[in-house]
Design a protein around this ligand. Sequence first.
Ligand code: TRP
Length: 348
Amino acid sequence: MENKVLITGDRPTGKLHLGHYFGSLQNRVKLQKEYNTFILIADVQALTDNFNDPDKVRRNVRELALDYLSVGIDPKVSHIYIQSMIPEVAELTVYFSNLVTVNRLFRNPTTKFEAQQKENVFGSNAEGITYGFLGYPVSQAADITALDGDIVPVGDDQLPHIEQTREIVRKFNSIYGDTFKEPDAILSKNPRIKGLDGNAKMGKSLGNAIYLSDSTEEVSKKVMNAVTDPNKIRKDDPANPDVCMVYYYHNLIAGKLDEENNYPVEAEQVKKICSECKNGERGCVACKKELIEKIERMLTPIREKRKYYEEHPEEVDKILTAGTQAAKKQAEEVMKRVRKNMKLDYYE
Ligand code: TRP
């Protein structure tokens, strides 16, 4: 195991789905064995666009922890922690905020896009955007640097934030002396996962997602409604798997199921699905049923783990407490260095 620090996390605003799984969780579960891993539940960041609904954020902190544990984030090797419990991060955010112009923040494509999606909070064309929301990438830079993060595995929508973090680090170091290193983003194999409806992104607001905590019935219903090749009318028409969401998910799920095999059994099966589909030897209904069966195989152990932790809430509390303590210890060390370099180390 390397000593490098990995840091990543999510906002606790809802349940995680297969898009999160294939876009980032799968990668984290693998990487946690190689790096000193910190996974943050970004409740402060969640409040930037949910400030009027603290109950929602509070409830989802727990949900997110359960999602993490159920997919195999291992509390023995990874520290799962709650962002708001690290006040050092809030302090560092204030110092960083001097180093970023408002114009630069307005140019961040991810914040801009998100603000536009949230018309109910920020008005049309984001004209009611708040200081806190506009500035959350600064606080994200503090999340990463307060723990001396080296690598940040994320989806592609987060790349502008990592770039902004690197700029802040350079600026900070040039003014206050060498203090931080520039973190690197790591993209997973599939940084963006399409929805069952063919939309370029699986997302909860788009209504096209399968959640890790969905029941068998929910999974079946959603897969049966997935978009297939519109030119295929009869079950023995030849079709184009490249435009079919069922085929797309067959591929993703096969990758997951094959993790436990020594050779790519499932991937071989997907090649067969592809040629049968192209030759008109495979009907969509049968193909969907097969996909449901595979998603079930993938989700069953995840559901079982979730159930275990739901039934043992005190274990979840212990995991979060220990993870938060580890993160806080690291942040305290880093902040001593920061205050010293910024000439703020009074009477220490
Ligand atoms: N912005 C991330 C998201 O929306 C969550 C996040 C907050 C994060 N702080 C972070 C991710 C630090 C990586 C590193 O999912």
